[in-house]
Every structure is written in C-alpha cells, then in structure tokens.
Design a protein around this ligand. Structure first.
Ligand code: AMP
Length: 360
C-alpha cells in the first residue's frame, strides 16, 4: 500500500518509519527542498496548491493523509475527488481554525476558556470588557508553538494589538490559571472503533513543548476520553487526533485539537505497545488498531535548535534518540529522546540526565 502524506517534516518521517515494516510505501508532498521525510520516501517538491502535483500524488497512492493541519481547504477538496483522504476535509476545516474548534467544543458540551471572535480592534476592546484581563489573543489560523498569540495583562497591552498580530481574524480567550497541561492521544478506525493512550503531562517553555510524561491511572483519564470521544464521533473521525487540555480545579478545559499525530505522543514509539504513528496508519488504511497500553513508565524530551552529542544521549539507560536530520535553527524542533523505565523514580532520574545535556 502506498500512502501519500501532505507535509514532509518529522511527523511524516516518523509515520514512514512506523509504516515501512507494515509493507507501506510513502510519497510526501512538500515545497521545502530539505523536507526531512524525503529520506524515507518519494518527495514531490511542490506547493500545496499545485494541482498538477496533487493529481500526480493522487494517481500514485492508495490514500492521502496529513502531517500538519494548516493545509489549504482547496487542496483537500481537490485531492478528495480522486483518492480517499483521512482525516476528512471537515475535520481539518474545524481543527485549523480556533473559532470553529471552540464553537464545536461548546456545542458538544465540552468546557473551554471564555472566548470571542475578533475581527477588528473594536471587537477586541469589547471582548476585553466582557472577558476581562488577563486574556490571550490568538490568530484563528496558522498559529503553532506559541506563534501568533499574545498574552494581554494590562489595558496598555490591548492598545493596537489587533494590528500587531497582523490584522487577521483572531480569537480572544480568557486566561486559564491551570494546574497543569495534559493531552490525550486518541485513534479512531474507519469502522468507528476508538482507543486512547494514557493522558500525558506536558511542560512548555516559550510556547514550545519541552517535556511530556505519560501518566499512570490519571484521575481525569475517563473525563478526557469522554470529551475526546464526543469530538471523534461528531467528526466521524478517522486516524489519530490529539486533544490538549488545561487541568483546572476538579476538571478539564479544552484548549485545542490537532488532527494528526502529535509531539506529545512521541513517547509511544518506545513507550506503548503500538505507537501513535503505526496506529494512525492502521486507522487510515482500514487495518485493525493496535494496543495503546503503556510499556512501563515513559517520558519524551524535545531537542530544540540542536541535538546533543549522540553518544551522550544514548549512553543514558533506556534512552532512545530520534534525530530528525534537520539543520540547526533557533527554536526549531530537531529531535527528541524517549526515556523508559520500570518505575517513576528512575524515570525522573533519567529525565534529569537528558535535561543536563540540553544547552540553555
Ligand atoms: P496553544 O497554541 O493554544 O496551544 O498555546 C500555547 C501555550 O500557551 C499553551 O500550551 C499554554 O501553555 C499557553 N496558553 C494558551 N492559551 C492559554 C489560555 N487561554 N490561558 C492560559 N495559558 C494559555
């Protein structure tokens, strides 16, 4: 089976690493000459709106999936005429736009921060009066790793802020004083079968994920599965979906969903019976899903900008290095390590050893 992937970054690369043993081949559509997934499949180097290359991709593959959500809706609509596309165009339309996403949560009875659609500075001024400060202004689309957002703490922060974010449609959200951030990686098959990985605790720095730790018997696991299950069913979703939550006193507030494999699920490659990457491929290909059970305790640390010396990373017990083969760039995710252990105390010790290798 040949899988077409829109985007050729590290998520595409890890999909191919998981799918190759299942007998799958891959073609990646990505305009970047140095797309790091190209080492593991065919690289169609073209813009996402290039209909000739989209047609070529559709002709060559059995189905198409995505490794990022900011794909133009027209690209998905065009491809869908010729080849099955998972997840669906509708799932992407909602997940790529924070306003549609938050409205869907609200319609499905899933708690969210207070939010308002912002189309102008006047809208922002009104929304700040009703939601209050602090608040977070985010572009509705194309934001990632903390880009395209600004925390507003004082009335001065509000002045001219709509223009500062590019005068594009935005969402204002009430600031959540969360006790933690967790994510749930879910997978849904074509026949509707749904499985969930254990909730993951995430630590961010400057809007970028640094550390994910898979939980054991998290008290909010059932609630998170209930909320994610509502979204998966509503969208008739196929594939892996990541659901990010704020942990608040006694519950969860929905932050956002990602309609794809997710950074906070990278630990599953070594830390779960079947990884998020393999389960995504199984789901979109109509194959039986694999077990989402944990194998011991696991954590994942991102390498931002540069990967520490390989020999030092892999010298740590049960530490697994994933080097994306990307050039150094400030703020860019260039690799990660998964550490695994039988118990949490040892895991925390291993995490500290990896952290000591990361330059600040
Ligand atoms: P996002 O791109 O929406 O996931 O935001 C990136 C990070 O900013 C989140 O992981 C949080 O740490 C923080 N953040 C986003 N929205 C809020 C909010 N409404 N209240 C408090 N912190 C937030």
């Amino acid at each position: 089976m040949k899988i077409g992937v829109i985007g050729g970054g590290q998520l595409g690369r890890m999909l191919a690493l998981a799918g190759t043993p299942l007998g799958m081949n891959f073609a990646f559509l990505d305009p970047a000459p140095d797309a790091c997934a190209a080492a593991l499949g065919e690289h169609l180097r073209a813009d996402y709106g290039d209909q000739d290359h989209l047609r070529q991709l559709a002709d060559e593959v059995d189905l198409v999936t995505f490794e990022f959500e900011s794909v133009p809706a027209e690209t998905v609509a065009f491809l869908s005429q010729f080849v099955p596309v998972y997840p669906s165009a509708e799932a992407l339309r909602i997940a790529r736009d924070r306003w549609f996403e938050k409205r869907m949560f609200k319609d499905l009875g899933i708690p969210t921060p207070a939010f308002a659609d912002i189309q102008s500075q006047a809208d922002l001024d009104d929304a700040v009066s009703s939601i209050g400060l602090p608040a977070v202004l985010k572009t509705r689309t194309l934001g990632y790793d903390g880009k395209g957002q600004k925390v507003l703490r004082t009335p001065t922060d509000v002045v001219d802020t709509f223009a500062e974010l590019g005068s594009v449609p935005c969402l204002l959200e009430g600031f959540v004083s969360f006790t933690g951030e967790v994510s749930l990686i879910a997978v849904r098959a074509r026949d509707g079968e749904t499985r969930f990985y254990p909730l993951v605790h995430n630590t961010h720095d400057s809007g970028i994920l640094r550390l994910s730790i898979a939980s054991t018997d998290h008290p909010l696991q059932g609630l998170a599965e209930d909320y994610a299950g509502r979204v998966l069913k509503h969208l008739d979703y196929v594939g892996v979906l990541a659901f990010e939550f704020f942990e608040v006193e006694g519950g969860l507030k929905a932050n956002e969903i990602a309609p794809r494999v997710h950074n906070s699920g990278h630990w599953t490659t070594e830390g779960a019976e079947c990884s998020q990457f393999e389960n995504h491929l199984r789901a979109v290909a109509g194959l039986p899903l694999g077990s989402t059970a944990k194998v011991g305790e696991s954590a994942m640390l991102n390498f931002i900008g540069e990967v520490p010396a390989v020999e030092q990373v892999i010298a740590i017990d049960d530490c697994h290095l994933h080097h994306y083969g990307k050039a150094f760039k400030l703020g860019r995710k260039v690799g990660h390590a998964t550490v695994r252990s039988k118990d949490r105390v040892t895991l925390d010790r291993q995490v500290k050893r990896v952290e000591a290798l990361i330059k600040r």
